[in-house]
Design a protein. Structure first.
Length: 246
């Protein structure tokens, strides 16, 4: 009998008639979806208990990843089937390359990370896998493939961002502003739009494509967890083989 973690979308919908396609994606990604959105690293941001060394590791890795995320958005802008979709994705790309870049530079300065460190840093194995999956799905896959990976990345951040925003504001500006960036109405509106876009496309996909999209979302969830875990512990986590294949 299919479990909640391997049933098809139609089987999931039969059991939960009011469910959306994105609900199915999140269910299929367990336990990694919850392990990513509820990781101790994310809670330490809101608690203000984040070790500086862990956050510096995290920011350096995320900084090396920004260019790849921007390229991913560029692929999706090109593949989006409708002009309104291209407009929403383009607006998010513009935001990513302006406000977030300024945040990184100010945070590195506060944490004592020298420019020669973050400007020449090589991506860790986890970040390389993460970036490769995003770029491959968006560049070589379908619009739905790339959108599923983008959804996982941004929805994960919105989930923990909204949760941590309910806590007293942390003293360190780089923690407080990182929460702000991922809990503001503009970001929430964008993530909600990506969900709506996925919910509009997903149900009409052929069974094989739905399975591909679900597997991409699941692998992205595992890599999100691994990304936080590597920053938190300073060690590269070992994931099951299914998530480490090229």
């Amino acid at each position: 009998m299919p479990t909640p973690f391997n049933r098809s979308f139609q089987e999931f919908l039969s059991a939960t008639p009011d469910a959306r396609f994105t609900d199915w994606l999140a269910a299929r990604a367990e336990p990694f979806w919850s392990k990513a959105t509820d990781h101790p690293f994310t809670r330490a941001i809101g608690d203000g208990t984040m070790p500086e060394a862990a956050y510096a590791r995290y920011l350096i890795e995320d900084y090396t990843f920004i260019t790849d995320l921007a390229s991913t958005l560029g692929y999706l802008v090109a593949k989006a089937p409708r002009m309104p979709s291209k407009t929403r994705l383009s607006a998010f790309l513009a935001l990513l390359t302006s406000e977030e870049n300024d945040y990184f530079l100010r945070s590195f300065d506060a944490l004592g990370v020298e420019p020669e460190t973050y400007e020449t840093a090589a991506q860790s194995p986890t970040t390389r896998d993460f970036a490769k999956l995003l770029l491959t799905s968006a560049g070589q896959g379908s619009y739905a493939d790339g959108l599923a990976c983008l959804l996982c990345a941004e929805w994960c951040y919105l989930t923990w961002g909204l949760r941590e925003a309910q806590k007293p504001r942390p003293d360190a500006f780089y923690l407080a502003e990182w929460i702000d960036l991922h809990a503001v109405p503009g970001f929430e509106d964008f993530v909600n739009w990506v969900q709506e876009e996925m919910n509009g496309i997903g149900p009409s996909l052929a069974f094989e494509e739905q399975e591909t999209v679900a597997n991409l979302f699941r692998r992205m969830s595992a890599l999100e967890y691994a990304f936080f875990e590597a920053a938190w512990t300073g060690e590269t986590p070992v994931l099951p083989e299914e998530f480490r294949q090229a």
